[in-house]
Design a protein around this ligand. Structure first.
Ligand SMILES: [Mg+2]
Length: 403
């Protein structure tokens, strides 16, 4: 598919690396801890827009003293018993060089497959990424380099506005400013009402927003839209034809995400590329989406889908079918760092970047401020980040939760 933001990806030889080649000695997992810090204790504002009063870190240590850290997003508050009781115990004592098979085996540990879905796979992803950070530090490789060849160190981004509470005028004004500040030339707006059975967020917002955005931002800005499952197939096709008239570059989640038949009908009725996949956690269902061409652009979420290893597998299947892949990555905080390492192994596709990002004070380095629409992949081993030591000192280790 020829698309201004997303190209097809060549088949990779890097998704199932064998790290036993790098070390003849096992690297055993000694501990996996969950740390919590109240945001107000370290002077951070609440970030978007609720459930965000704390910061959660996953700290892993090997028996010979190496350490890795990942940062979990706010849903960990709901998933914590799964993480502590069903995921962490599996990994303790295992050899991290075997992480590819560990990720597969944790799925059957204590019948975890019965919980298959975002709540399980987020927990696995946070542990996996902390272990990849540790492994990268041991082998002096970035997380991208652990998976093979890093082919780019600057990643093009598109701005993602997550708002539906703005008028079209407020939205286009704000996004226009952010495009100028970041140098980005592509943006995604929210349309419809979010899982809303054809209702708009406010009367005629979608039609007015799309028209105003195109007329104000001009033809040089690539505009995508996200319906978040707002529409029936019939309404999505009607909206899609309007979007085609304005030269919109993609239409994300027109119908509820698990309504494959409806989404397929929309995709096959419109020339406009349909995007989706952010909620998906099953390789088997990803294969359906790809082989039935239910979408034209695949958007796995690195965390929801269980981490780097499982998401590279999705990329492999899409690559064979010549379907473009771009990560779903709308979160603030440290998550874009994960996206950058993943994207560093892939061709130059645009990746999602929350348009609010620059307004958030950073508690880690490097900063995530785009220049000329590009974000630099962190240098240094593992994730390549430095977390303010004051934050780690103030963190409280969480105990295993009683039921
Ligand atoms: Mg979306």
């Amino acid at each position: 598919m020829d698309h201004p933001l997303f190209s097809t990806i060549p088949y990779l030889n890097t998704c199932e690396p064998n790290w036993s080649n790098l070390s003849s000695q096992p690297i055993k997992i000694a501990s996996i801890e969950v740390l919590r810090i109240k945001r107000r204790r370290i002077g951070l504002p609440f970030i978007f827009p609720r459930n965000n009063e704390e910061l959660y870190l996953i700290r892993t240590r090997s028996t010979d003293g190496a350490m890795g850290i990942s940062v979990a997003h706010e849903r960990i508050k709901h998933f914590y018993p799964i993480l502590q009781q069903l995921v962490i115990p599996y990994f303790i004592g295992k050899d991290i060089r075997n992480i590819v098979s560990l990720i597969d085996e944790v799925y059957v540990f204590r019948s975890n497959y019965k919980l298959s879905g975002l709540a399980l796979w987020c927990c696995v992803a946070w542990v996996e990424i902390s272990l990849l950070d540790l492994l990268g530090k041991v082998f002096n490789k970035s997380v991208g380099e652990l998976f093979g060849k890093v082919v780019q160190d600057q990643i093009p981004i598109y701005l993602s506005s997550l708002r539906r509470d703005t008028t079209p005028e407020e939205e286009v004004d704000w996004v226009g400013q952010r495009l100028a500040e970041t140098g980005a030339t592509a943006v995604k707006f929210k349309i419809g009402g979010r899982m809303s059975h054809d209702a708009d967020a406010m009367p005629k917002r979608t039609e007015q927003l799309v028209a105003l955005a195109r007329n104000t931002l001009g033809d040089s800005v690539s505009i995508g839209v996200d319906g978040n499952g707002s529409y029936s197939a019939q309404k999505a096709v009607e909206i899609g034809k309007m979007l085609e008239d304005y030269g919109i570059s993609f239409f994300e989640e027109p119908c509820p995400f698990d309504e494959f038949d409806l989404t397929e009908k929309v995709a096959h009725s419109l020339a406009l590329p349909i995007a989706g996949g952010e909620q998906e956690t099953s390789l088997a269902r990803f294969k359906q989406m790809i082989h039935r061409q239910i979408v034209d652009i695949l958007q796995p979420d690195l965390i929801y889908n269980g981490g780097f290893i499982r998401t590279f597998r999705v990329v492999q299947v899409a690559a064979q079918a010549k379907m473009p892949v771009t990560l779903h990555n709308a979160r603030l905080g440290i998550d874009p760092i994960y996206m950058l390492h993943f994207a560093s192994c892939l061709p130059r596709n645009h990746q999602e970047y929350n348009a609010r990002m620059e307004k958030i004070p950073s508690w880690f380095t490097p900063s995530l401020i785009p220049k000329n629409g590009l974000l630099r992949v962190p240098r240094g081993p593992g994730l390549g980040i430095e977390i303010d030591p004051g934050i780690l000192r103030k963190a409280r280790k969480l105990a295993i939760q009683a039921i």
